[in-house]
Design a protein around this ligand. Structure first.
Ligand code: PSU
Ligand code: MN
Length: 313
């Protein structure tokens, strides 16, 4: 998407990313909440580095997005990645937090919602992550629905994830995405994947098997001026798949633990991820790492197809 307005001075885009954007190369945005709040050190920084490398191997340019000392940074170098992964007190920045964290000159890790908005301002249309936020189980009572969903209705970025985690209410999340007009498609299967498993027992609203077709769909949507994201669900590599009954048992335990500890609001998702890793003796973390890498490869390929389509135009 062509930028029509100037980039605000609170955004710093690395030279490499700037160069890639101005020459029409494929650029893939990456979030930083997964680094600072989604995985423990040092696996978080190792994964972030490995993911960037995979994006490059495919021929695209990675742009990890975070807030450093009150400035938005698009494209982090290794020492910036390392410090974000190591530091305590890195703010979890969803869309509502962004102006506050900038005004206070804090360090912040951006969620899917904040990352996609920044990516879009910078002119990046593809964004790779692991899992998105959604409608939590029991949201009828708690109203805990991630701002990732509302952001998807507004911002023209295609998100490559491994589906919706079953710590959330997958059915309600799909319903909300429908209401918000967000196309949800699964790659190569009819069933919508659930992060830790390729299965979920929910039918995927849409299915596409060819990455080129996904790029065509994205371009068509935005060319028509239909605003908002496309959620692309890429099932995790089969060797990491958790059987449904096994994962469900762990999730229920971890959710009760969150309740016992009075965990609510923005602390909920990091709490669940941390405790899932503990209760599965690291197995959920290994799956998480493998699926993010897989998404980086597939997402980069889609971004390359899209860049090709744009250049042919
Ligand atoms: N799911 C994961 N790993 C993550 C997150 C979600 O498997 O790291 C992070 C993402 O940054 C997502 C955020 O945008 O959690 C959602 O948080 P909340 O539910 O508070 O909106
Ligand atoms: Mn929430």
């Amino acid at each position: 998407m062509k930028r029509t307005t100037a980039i605000p001075t609170t955004i710093n885009i690395s030279e490499e990313v700037q160069e890639a954007l101005s020459s029409g190369k494929a650029v893939v945005a990456l979030e930083s909440t997964i680094i600072a709040h989604g995985m423990p050190y040092p696996k978080n920084v190792q994964t972030a580095e490995a993911v960037e490398l995979l994006v490059r191997k495919e021929g695209a340019i990675p742009a990890t997005i975070a807030v450093l000392n009150g400035k938005i940074q698009v494209g982090l170098n290794s020492s910036q990645l390392e410090s974000l992964a190591k530091k305590e007190n890195v703010w979890k920045v969803s869309i509502r937090d962004l102006p506050y964290v900038l005004a206070r000159k804090y360090d912040g890790a951006t969620t899917v919602a904040a990352t996609m908005r920044i990516a879009s301002i910078a002119g990046i249309n593809f964004f790779v992550t692991g899992g998105i936020g959604g409608v939590h189980r029991d949201a009828q009572k708690t109203m805990d629905i991630s701002a990732d969903l509302t952001e998807m209705s507004r911002t023209n970025v295609a998100i490559i994830s491994a589906g919706v985690k079953s710590i959330l209410d997958i059915g309600l999340t799909l319903e909300v995405l429908e209401t918000l007009g967000v196309p949800v498609l699964s790659i190569g299967q009819d069933e919508f994947p659930s992060f830790y498993s390729a299965k979920s027992s929910f039918q995927s609203p849409l299915r596409l098997d060819s990455l080129k077709d996904i790029a065509i769909m994205a371009k068509t949507k935005w060319d028509l001026g239909i605003e908002g994201a496309i959620l692309i669900a890429n099932p995790l590599p089969p060797e990491y798949d958790f059987p449904h009954h096994e994962i469900e048992k762990y999730i229920q335990k971890v959710i009760s633990l969150a309740e016992e500890n009075g965990v609510t609001g923005k602390k909920m998702t990091p709490f669940i991820l941390k405790n899932m890793a503990e209760i599965t003796a690291g197995k959920s973390l290994e799956a998480n790492i493998a699926l993010v890498k897989n998404n980086a490869m597939v997402g980069s390929r889609i971004a390359l197809e899209y860049a090709k389509l744009k250049s042919e135009n």
